[in-house]
Design a protein around this ligand. Structure first.
Ligand SMILES: Cc1cc2nc3c(=O)[nH]c(=O)nc-3n(C[C@H](O)[C@H](O)[C@H](O)COP(=O)(O)OP(=O)(O)OC[C@H]3O[C@@H](n4cnc5c(N)ncnc54)[C@H](O)[C@@H]3O)c2cc1C
Length: 497
């Protein structure tokens, strides 16, 4: 073998997975198609991505949160008086309908309808537990942080080197690139929504076709005053926004997608789209950067085919409205990283790797439902407008806003729970002990601690209330230890390590 795992794609998910695999002690080669960071859809305001609570939590556990916060375009900390999310306009996908929010701070939105901070239930235990908050960051900045981290941990990253093919067998995968072949134990496809890995592995990707096309562009106009900088405007064909900076357009058009989705976005296309959606012709003369997306919603039936795995957009695509895709992918990487590393190192319990699909596919399906509901609520017809008014009223209540915020921030739909950031008996914080990505046995019982002998290298014993925490931060068990507290999660004693 040249390397234990080849990761195809150095987007946020591939880079996060590379970090997790290195923490798990396996060698990693990341192949990235682009020679330089900064594909068009990742630059400027088009590259703003929201970070929800589980992602903030994952970064916190790995000691990355402060760096992410420093680089963030904005950060919302629940309960902090000087913190509100109203400048989320930076990513305008996440801006509520124009005028609807008024001067009040909003914590998030559902299909453009604001969820107001002052409607959240301060006594809700799930919201109250997540003190780290969330925010928005340029995906380029996030990738730079993760790339530095992956390299520091010893991952090799080859840019300008796409995966062009592979041959997977029972004992490994031979990966083809323009620079030659690489022999690896495993292949992880983190190569985005149009994944080559998924296509070549013939992994089924069923779902629904798009209802709308979103176009984002920086344009030059001869009559920009015809389009005031006023946030989102809904029309009979979709919606549009001009801003936050002059010349920055975002148009959502319901109807069939353009015939050629790979063609560059032109001034003619943006002008035509504006005429149809807004009925306005501000004289678009040029496009300096333009990109499209749709609400096509698809999910791989399984995230694993033998020695080939999928994570991030390669495994699931959906409308970006609501800002969940990157967060979903980071969750995939956290879940897959330690399981694949344990498998490579030979200590994984039977079936561990298959729990990756079992645990992550339902989360992906839930997110797709949440985003599909927003697509439906964005339809530009009169009955949907009536439905929006009803949903807006519900979101203006304490239970409605609290429910929506729990889903938006990712704290209300955990299958399994991440361990709370307890103060341990030695005064340290539990999250601070997660950086090595080992299991944590928290106990005050010396006999239980003694039973953990033989798992050296995979498990750290810490003083506090009884629980076993997985490397991805999820609680394996808590309270009374089960009859066999270790082997279902850590495999047999003495193996690998
Ligand atoms: C307009 C917009 C706004 C969004 N806003 C949010 C948001 O606010 N919050 C959120 O959570 N999500 C958001 N998303 C979704 C988010 O951007 C994606 O879910 C996320 O980028 C997926 O990361 P990834 O690493 O799986 O894929 P990508 O970011 O697509 O990265 C895949 C990488 O693989 C590389 N690659 C492709 N093919 C190959 C190959 N054959 N060999 C090697 N490398 C290859 C690509 O060059 C790329 O670098 C938004 C998306 C869009 C379009």
């Amino acid at each position: 073998m040249d390397v234990d795992v080849v990761v195809a794609g150095a987007g946020p998910v591939g880079l996060m997975l590379a970090c997790e695999l290195r923490l798990g002690g396996v060698s990693v080669l990341v192949l990235e198609r682009e020679a330089e960071p900064g594909a068009v859809h990742k630059t400027g305001a088009m590259g703003a991505r929201s970070i929800n609570a589980p992602t903030a939590d994952a970064f916190h556990r790995r000691g990355l949160l402060e760096e992410v916060r420093r680089a963030a375009l904005m950060w919302f900390t629940p309960g902090a008086p000087d913190s509100d999310a109203s400048d989320l306009d930076a990513s305008d996908l996440d801006a509520p309908d124009s005028g609807a929010a008024g001067p009040l701070p909003f914590a998030g939105h559902f299909a453009g309808l604001p969820v107001r901070v002052d409607r959240l239930d301060p006594g809700d235990p799930d919201l109250a537990a997540h003190t780290l908050g969330g925010g928005a960051i340029s995906v380029l900045d996030l990738e730079a942080i993760l790339e530095r981290r992956a390299r520091a941990l010893g991952a090799e990253i080859r840019r300008g080197c796409p995966l062009t093919g592979f041959d997977a067998g029972d004992d490994g995968v031979t990966v083809a690139t323009p620079a030659g072949r690489v022999r690896a134990g495993w292949l992880a496809g983190c190569d985005g929504g149009r994944s080559t890995v998924r296509r070549l592995a013939a992994m089924a990707f069923p779902g629904t076709d798009p209802e709308f096309t979103g176009r984002q562009a920086m344009v030059e106009m001869t009559e920009p005053n015809l389009l005031p900088l006023s946030g989102w405007v809904r029309t009979g064909r979709g919606s549009y926004a001009h801003g936050p900076v002059p010349g920055r357009l975002h148009i959502v058009e319901y109807g069939p997608p353009p015939a050629d989705r790979n063609a560059p976005v032109t001034a003619e296309e943006i002008a035509g789209c504006l005429r149809r959606v807004a009925g306005i012709d501000p004289g678009v003369v040029s496009v300096s950067a333009g990109t499209r997306y749709t609400d096509a919603t698809r999910q791989a039936v399984t995230y694993r085919a033998g020695r080939v795995l999928l994570a991030g957009d390669a495994a699931h695509i959906h409308s970006p409205a609501g800002g969940q895709g990157l967060n979903l992918g980071v969750g995939d990487a956290m879940n897959l990283g330690w399981k694949l590393a344990a498998t490579v190192r030979g200590w994984a319990p039977e079936g561990l790797l298959d729990t990756y699909t079992e645990e992550r596919r339902p989360v992906g399906a839930w997110v797709q439902g949440w985003s599909d509901a927003q697509t439906a609520l964005g339809r530009p017809d009169a009955r949907t407008a009536a439905l929006r008014a009803v949903v807006a009223d519900l979101l203006d209540t304490v239970p409605g806003a609290t429910y929506a915020m729990k889903q938006i921030s990712g704290v209300g739909r955990l299958r399994g729970r991440v361990a709370p950031d307890l103060v341990l008996d030695d005064g340290s914080l539990l999250a601070g002990r997660c950086r090595t990505a080992r299991f944590l046995l928290v106990t005050r019982d010396p006999r239980l601690a003694a039973r953990a002998d033989g798992f050296a290298g995979r498990l750290t014993v810490l003083p506090g209330p009884d629980m076993l925490v997985r490397p991805d931060g999820y609680v394996a068990w808590a309270g009374e230890p089960p009859a066999d507290p270790f082997t279902p999660w850590l495999g047999r004693r003495g193996l690998g390590g």
